[in-house]
Write a protein that binds this ligand. Structure first.
Ligand code: GLA
Length: 393
């Protein structure tokens, strides 16, 4: 890591003619279980991974912000500190929306830097793989900005809300709190259990003999963001119908499967499928937390809940794709796989598998070649491990 940091500092110095005064790191995340339950105010389990994003900063003397990334070939992007507006999503430098969005929210919260700054980014998170490079970039940017200007976030939740609001209000993605919360609260050997209604996170110990593998399909639907927004709207529509008989519910996850049962007839077929997925998924997360809190890791039982989650996404929430289904089908037949499911928003992205330690590189290589034969795409399976949450370096 130290050699890497030295290399990054020298890249930054060449790019911005000054050594970085602040550096912050934030990891990517996997959604372990709890698909689209977050904005339905339910429970979700996530894990940090041992890859992430580094943000480096120095103050400037003018009112401009300069942004550059080691991974991109284009020159420094420059924008004015005041009047920040998001770049269109299809801009080749739309990644700048994440740090700029965070800055805009911080300014709204009374944290306006007197002058501009330069910001340089490095990442070892494969882009577009559903490992939440966006939340990592938001969180590392907020930490670095806080440090550079002496702005204090009241607590980790205030830091989380800054990135989350940037994503919703600046980037325009109506997401829940999963990504930013995991990135901030994650820890080695733990899953982060989030109660999205209470906005409370806690670590649940998850030790034992298993590996996590991420198989990125390397293919996502062009309309991924609008599909996500559609699902969000369908869930809110179903919730509004159910409120006519259960006025006390804030989100779909306020209903247990048993409490939902007598009201199913109120929903039209699509809304019924969406609500059933969310309410049953929330119950699966609760069951997994119960199993984990019992102590010993119950890989088989938890793995089977992961497979159930995927089938529910595939048939009820309809946010899976042929590629994701192929990977899960193949993993389900493979030796040494406890469970597998699409992780994150869906409509492309990656599958997370929980495997035995023996599965290893050889097991992953078999899945890779099967997927290459099926899709024509070569992918690099990643073994990931839970690690520390976001921090200043
Ligand atoms: C994306 C969003 C999260 C969550 C998941 C689906 O990752 O950013 O807030 O909704 O999809 O569970």
């Amino acid at each position: 890591m130290n050699a890497k940091l030295e290399e990054l500092k020298s890249w930054y110095e060449t790019t911005f003619q000054a050594a970085p005064s602040v550096m912050a790191w934030a990891p990517g995340r996997v959604e372990f279980l709890g698909n689209h339950t977050d904005y339905n105010l339910g429970m979700v389990l996530g894990s940090t991974i041992d890859r992430g994003i580094i943000v480096m900063m120095t103050p400037r003397k003018d009112q401009m912000i300069g942004l550059a990334s080691t991974g991109k070939d284009h020159p420094i992007v420059e924008v004015e500190l005041d009047g920040l507006e998001p770049l269109p999503g299809d801009s080749p430098v739309s990644w700048v929306n994440y740090p700029l969005g965070v800055l805009k929210i911080m300014i709204q919260n009374g944290m306006r830097p007197q002058k501009g700054f330069n910001i340089g980014i490095w990442s070892d998170l494969p882009e577009g793989s559903g490992l939440s490079s966006s939340a990592a970039l938001e969180t590392a940017s907020a930490l670095a900005l806080g440090k550079l200007y002496g702005f204090v976030f009241e607590d980790k939740y205030a830091l989380m809300r800054t990135g989350w609001r940037a994503e919703r209000e600046f980037v325009g993605m109506p997401c829940g709190i999963l990504d930013q919360t995991v990135v901030i609260f994650g820890d080695a050997d733990h899953l982060v259990s989030i109660d999205c209604k209470a906005e409370l996170a806690k670590g649940v110990r998850f030790q034992g003999d298993y590996q996590f593998w991420v198989f990125n399909t390397a293919h996502k639907h062009a309309l991924i963001d609008s599909f996500y927004a559609d699902r969000n709207a369908e869930c809110m529509g179903a919730r509004d119908v159910l409120r006519t008989v259960e006025p006390g519910i804030a989100g779909l996850c306020d209903l247990s499967p048993a409490a939902f049962e007598p009201h199913k007839g109120l929903l039209e077929p699509v809304a019924l499928k969406r609500a059933t997925h969310i309410i049953e998924e929330n119950a699966r997360v609760r069951e997994t937390i119960r199993l984990l809190e019992k102590g010993a890791v119950q890989q088989e039982a938890i793995g089977s809940l992961l497979f159930q989650s995927h089938r529910s996404s595939q048939h009820l929430f309809e946010n899976s794709t042929e590629d994701l289904d192929f990977l899960v089908d193949t993993l389900e037949r493979a030796e040494g796989v406890y469970g597998a499911r699409l992780t994150g928003g869906g409509f492309g992205g990656a599958v997370l598998a929980m495997t035995t330690p023996e599965f290893g590189e050889a097991g992953a290589a078999k899945i890779r070649s099967a997927y290459a034969a099926f899709s024509g795409r070569q992918i690099e399976p990643l073994m990931v491990k839970a690690g520390p949450g976001a921090k200043l370096l």
